[in-house]
Design a protein around this ligand. Structure first.
Ligand code: ADP
Ligand code: NI
Length: 217
């Protein structure tokens, strides 16, 4: 099968799989990550098929919604690609990307590295920052029934999931714990450039947010 057909069929498969996904991880997230990945790949020497498949399949089954089972995503992707007669080296690479893409806090060690993983990871991170990042964060916070902000709770940068629950931390905390840190974790030059702009937008958003909170603007 030619690559264009494979990508079309992958898009179809992912759309169907994510039909009931929540707002932060729906098909449109995948579509944005796919676009970001193509944009970064344009300036980079890489295997475009692996990049596209990695971007399209990276959230095919999020462990958060499968009782923490981190093997479901890679397994689902592998089964699909085997059914499409994709070569084993491409399948193995895409599966590695899915296994290694996630931001798991500071002490997560990448077991694998490739330019294709770097690109897909940057593409996914770009969708967590900027205006879309702000929207996704508050959408997630709403899903968890969290407050927007609480001036009595000092934002901290290293809050664990358990502490979020225990402290009932507001969504604003997520900026300090993750979103504002992402620009310094970008892998590619293009990713870094786009992240810098989106970072500035988040800083602007936060200063406006605090000003409005105080009623001064
Ligand atoms: P990814 O799928 O990009 O690895 P996650 O699954 O951790 O990221 O998060 C999906 C979206 O939900 C992201 O935009 C992320 O910023 C947001 N999110 C994750 N955890 C929180 C949180 N505690 N508060 C607010 N937003 C969150
Ligand atoms: Ni994602």
């Amino acid at each position: 099968m030619n690559t264009t057909d494979l990508i079309k069929r992958t898009i179809q498969f992912v759309k169907e799989k994510l039909e009931d996904a929540e707002g932060g991880h729906d098909w449109f997230h995948i579509e944005r990550v796919h676009k970001n990945a193509l944009l970064i790949a344009k300036n980079t020497d890489c295997d475009l098929t692996v990049v596209e498949l990695g971007a399209l399949l990276h959230d095919i089954a999020d462990s958060k919604f499968h009782n923490g089972d981190e093997t479901i995503g890679p397994k689902t992707a592998r089964l699909f690609l085997e059914g499409e007669n994709v070569s084993e080296d491409v399948i193995a690479h895409v599966v590695y990307i899915i296994e290694n893409i996630s931001y798991k806090g500071g002490n997560f060690e990448k077991k694998f590295s490739s330019i294709e993983l770097d690109i897909v990871q940057d593409a996914d991170r770009l969708d967590a920052i900027g205006a879309i990042g702000v929207a996704r964060a508050f959408n997630y916070g709403g899903f968890k029934n969290r407050a927007l902000y609480n001036p009595e709770i000092e934002p901290v940068t290293n809050m664990t999931k358990e502490e979020y629950k225990k402290n009932n931390a507001p969504t604003i905390n997520h900026f300090y714990e993750k979103l504002l840190l992402l620009k310094d974790k970008m892998n590619t030059e293009t990713g870094k450039e786009i992240a810098a702009e989106r970072h500035r937008f988040m800083e602007l958003f936060l200063s406006q947010f605090y000003a409005e909170w105080e009623g001064v603007k």
